[in-house]
Write a protein that binds this ligand. Structure first.
Ligand code: NAI
Ligand code: MG
Length: 356
């Protein structure tokens, strides 16, 4: 049965609009290949909007977005607007208001993707990071005392609620079970004697409900070494907000760089829209030149297809990305190519069409 999905597109700043245009191109091709239908609605929010209106999004922005099935976001942030404003007033606001407590970041070394490790391929680097996305170290809790005095003191408090910790770990177990893979928890219980001891305890509790899922537990420092030395140890991974943020950038470097890294912000209950985005920023250094790599944005479009239940089509989009990289003829400069952003998008669309 044909289903019409309403997509809120927020191209954002810098290279955001350039890469999102290519992702939309791919989604429009997907519409021709199956019975999925999309209704795209564009929102001009971001730093330029901020400079005109003094806010990153419309005052009732969250209410406007609520009626959509998903949000497709480019990147926000640009010189001239402090990063903590652009981040908190748009991206983090959406993640929080829509309770997108799962951040999914695939770290798969596709064929043809550049990898800094020697003799390494998809057999070694094929992980799915599930990062807690609503609390933890990024809860925004703390204080700034005695500002400017010699006893100046800042507190940045981590918040790990039982509900928040349990739901992310349970989501990870469900995912690992569905994929028939192991689940690795990354924490730091030796040093963080409240938050991470609690995390480890909840992980063990939930694990007892999933005896069929093999588990591993690593300290975050050891895990960062193992990701480089023995990446094949990791399949599905669950970790806290901060550790996930850092380790997925490490993962992005392993799996082809920022131009290829995608992330989904999921509200699993589907009571609110989920958000799909490349994890890179607005890249002011190359914005407007038409040379940004659109593959991360296209990968996140494929995550959106998967979320809507079009797994096969999502897989085809990934295969198309892979083929374009293996061919090597049409790639942007960050992947040692000479092609423009739109040429890469066109080539992915061509390859995708030839598969069906
Ligand atoms: P960035 O990801 O924008 O750029 C880092 C480096 O990677 C730059 O040299 C850039 O040219 C390159 N790069 C990034 N994406 C690329 C692509 N698709 N193709 C080719 N090269 C690419 O990170 P940076 O410079 O730290 O931040 C720039 C702005 O973006 C800041 O305002 C920051 O706050 C914002 N930002 C926004 C994010 C978001 O909206 N999710 C995430 C990260 C940063
Ligand atoms: Mg990050």
């Amino acid at each position: 049965m044909t289903k019409l999905y309403k997509i809120a597109v927020i191209p954002g700043d810098g290279i955001g609009p350039e890469v999102i245009q290519e992702g939309v191109k791919v989604l429009e091709k997907a519409v021709e290949l199956t019975d999925v239908r999309f209704d795209f609605h564009y929102f001009p929010w971001g730093c330029e909007y901020y400079l005109q209106h003094g806010r990153m999004m419309a005052e009732d922005g969250i209410e406007q977005l609520r009626q959509f099935d998903a949000i497709y976001l480019g990147a926000v942030g640009f010189p001239g607007v402090p990063d903590h404003i652009s981040l908190w007033d748009l991206l983090l606001k959406i993640r929080k208001e829509f309770d997108q407590y799962v951040n999914i970041r695939p770290i798969t070394l596709l064929d043809g993707a550049p990898c800094p490790l020697k003799n390494t391929g998809k057999e070694q680097v094929d992980m799915l990071f599930i990062r807690e996305n609503s609390e933890g170290e990024y809860a925004g809790a703390g204080d700034w005392l005695f500002k400017g005095r010699d006893n100046e003191t800042v507190l940045q408090t981590s918040v790990f609620s039982r509900k928040g910790t349990e739901r992310i770990i349970r989501y990870a177990f469900e995912t690992a079970r569905k994929m028939g893979q192991s689940l690795t928890s990354i924490s730091k219980g030796n040093a963080l004697n409240y938050s991470m001891v609690f995390w480890d305890q909840v992980f063990a509790e939930v694990a007892s409900e999933y005896p069929d899922v093999p588990t591993h537990s690593y300290l975050v420092d050891a895990a960062s070494m193992l990701m480089i030395k023995q990446p094949e140890r990791f399949q599905v991974v669950v970790t806290s907000n901060l550790f996930g943020d850092i380790l997925t950038d490490l993962g992005a470097a392993l799996a082809g760089g920022l131009g290829l890294a995608a992330g989904a912000n999921i509200n699993p209950e589907r009571t609110h829209p989920s958000m799909f985005e490349p994890i890179h920023g607005s890249a002011p250094d190359i914005a407007g030149k038409g040379i940004a790599n659109p593959l991360a944005a296209i990968w996140s479009a494929s995550q959106m297809l998967e979320f809507f239940g079009y797994e096969e089509l999502a897989g085809s989009v990934l295969k198309a990305i892979e083929q374009v990289m293996v061919e090597g003829a049409v790639l942007t400069p960050d992947m040692s190519g000479k092609a423009a952003t739109s040429e890469v998008g066109d080539r992915v669309v061509e390859v995708l069409a030839s598969m069906h």
